[in-house]
Each structure stands twice: as C-alpha cells, then as structure tokens.
Write a protein that binds this ligand. Structure first.
Ligand code: AHG
Ligand code: MN
Ligand code: MN
Length: 283
C-alpha cells in the first residue's frame, strides 16, 4: 500500500497548488449526489485519477464525482474510493478543504476497508494516513517533502463539538443530545468541511463530529464510500469510535456507490452518549 501513499502525496501537492491559483468559479455541471460542482472539483478529480492510474496495485477507482468505477489494472489488489475535494463549497471563502481516500479489498463494504487517508489544504499542507500497520500518522509538507509529525491518538473524552446538518430539521432528541453536551461544557467547532472539522477533533485528542439523519435527509448527507468509511477507519484506529447512532459504521454495506448514512465520529465518551440517545429513539 506504500505506493498508494506515495501517489496520495503527489496528489496533495498538485491539488494544493491548483487551489492556491485562486480559481473559485462554479462549473455548470452536477455530480451523482446532485451537488453543483466547482471547477476545482472536476480538476481535482482528474488529478487524482491521473496519479492513481499509475499505481499497478490498484484494480479500480471510483469517486464522488464519477457515476461508475474506472478500471485501472485488472490484476490489481486494491479498490480506491475517494472524494477529490471535500468542502468545495468553502473554496470561495478560503476555508480549509480536503481530499479523502478509502482503500478497499474485494468490494466497498465497510468491513473491507484496509487503509485510509486524507489531505488537509489549510494554511499548511497536511496528510493523515493509516495503512497496513494500523497506525494513524500525521505528515506535514515542508515545501519539498512530507515529514512524519506524530502518531494520532484520541483520548476517552474531548471538549469540542461539530454538529452538522440543518438545525431546523434535526429530530428533537438529537437537539436535546447536542444541547446537553453544550451544557456539559463542550465548545462549538464547526466549519462545514468534514476534513478540517474531524482533523481538529483528531489532533485535539477528542470530541464529537455529527452529521445526523434529519427530517429532510433521513439518510444523512455524507457518502459511505468516499467520506464515511475512510474516516470511520481512521477514527477507530486512532482509538475513537464511529457509529451510525446504533451500529459501528464499519459494519455497514452499500447498495449504490453514492449511498449516504447518518454518522458520528469521536472519542468513546461522546459516541456512548450518541448511542444511548439513538437506541432509546429508534428512527
Ligand atoms: P463535498 O464538498 O465533498 O460535497 O462535501 C461537503 C460535506 C462535508 O465536508 C461537510 O461536513 C458537509 O458536506 C456539510 O454539508 P452542509 O453544509 O450541506 O450541511
Ligand atoms: Mn465531501
Ligand atoms: Mn467533494
């Protein structure tokens, strides 16, 4: 899987330099999830495809911006599902965005994910990767190469909360849960970009990121293959938990490539609060 990490490093540098050129325009096209694309979504998808196609251990790739997988090497061992530019609606306001990668064997079920990584395009270029050894490692770009910074580990309990979704559409019990965590002293940390929002929780040692079922989106917004399973693997390997409210996210399958699911990522304490609430309030 080392060659996939190396390809992701190249992708990070290339997409970062495209973002820094300052193109923020929307495209006239929509992806399979119905989101209007920005030009950078399309360009980032092309860059990722170009770099992953050079890796012979990859059998096929699929992305948030593609309706179907693209074959790479029929004899390859890995399937890669990716979100080339996460948080692209934040590009125009110059907030951090990211790229997310899930490496699978066999098919794209949660239980088949064997590695994952994400890139953060922020004031610095950073990469978090978890490969065969099961560790979660933070790397930072110094202008010439990525250097290993530290192993990422979550504590039992954090202090920050990123509650996603439209509040007016939250179920009442979800609102009560979020209110009660704020009452306990949690502080709001939410940018609207899953990558920087979960990155903050991982590097600060804990907290909760939630993108729940809402009355207008009963299956949530975030996509299983490209966003949810990769972060579930990373958060769990860092010692945290990833749940759909009642079950570990990595126990879920998919019926179409762009399936979504409600999702909660965090340290053990916060996820146990989520699971108590959701098991008492079946949807
Ligand atoms: P993308 O830019 O790849 O479509 O994903 C954006 C995601 C995620 O980063 C974020 O947590 C969530 O969408 C926010 O969505 P809303 O602002 O629509 O709630
Ligand atoms: Mn995304
Ligand atoms: Mn995206």
């Amino acid at each position: 899987m080392k060659e996939i990490l190396e390809a992701i490093q190249k992708i990070g540098v290339r997409i970062d330099s495209q973002i820094k050129r300052g193109e923020t325009d929307k495209a006239q096209s929509f992806n399979t999830s119905g989101d209007q694309q920005v030009k950078l979504d399309i360009l980032s998808d092309q860059i990722v495809e170009e770099e992953l196609k050079k890796v012979s251990s990859i059998k096929e790739i699929i992305s948030e911006e593609k309706s179907q997988p693209v074959e790479v090497n029929g004899k390859g061992e890995f399937l890669v599902a990716y979100d080339p530019l996460d948080g692209s609606s934040l590009v125009d306001v110059n907030l951090s965005v990211g790229s997310i990668f899930g490496i699978y064997r066999g098919d794209y079920k949660g239980e088949n994910i064997v590695g994952a990584g994400y890139i953060v395009y922020g004031p610095r270029l950073e990469l978090v990767w978890s490969g065969e050894d099961g560790k979660v490692i933070l790397y930072r770009w110094d202008g010439e190469k990525f250097n290993r910074v530290e192993e990422v580990k979550l504590k039992e309990k954090g202090k920050i909360l990123g509650p996603g979704g439209t509040q007016a559409k939250w179920y009442p019990f979800h609102k009560e849960l979020i209110d009660s965590l704020f009452q306990e002293g949690y502080r709001l940390r939410y940018s609207g970009g899953m990558v920087p929002d979960i990155h903050q929780i991982l590097l600060k040692g804990g907290g909760l990121f939630a993108y729940p079922a809402t009355t207008d989106k009963p299956k949530g917004k975030l996509r299983r293959l490209f966003e949810v399973f990769p972060f579930a693997l990373i958060v769990e390997r860092a010692g945290g938990k990833a749940s759909n409210g009642t079950r570990p996210l990595l126990e879920l399958g998919y019926s179409s490539y762009h399936d979504t699911t409600p999702c909660f990522f965090g340290s053990s304490y916060e996820i146990s609060r989520v699971e108590e609430t959701y098991s008492a309030n079946p949807l």
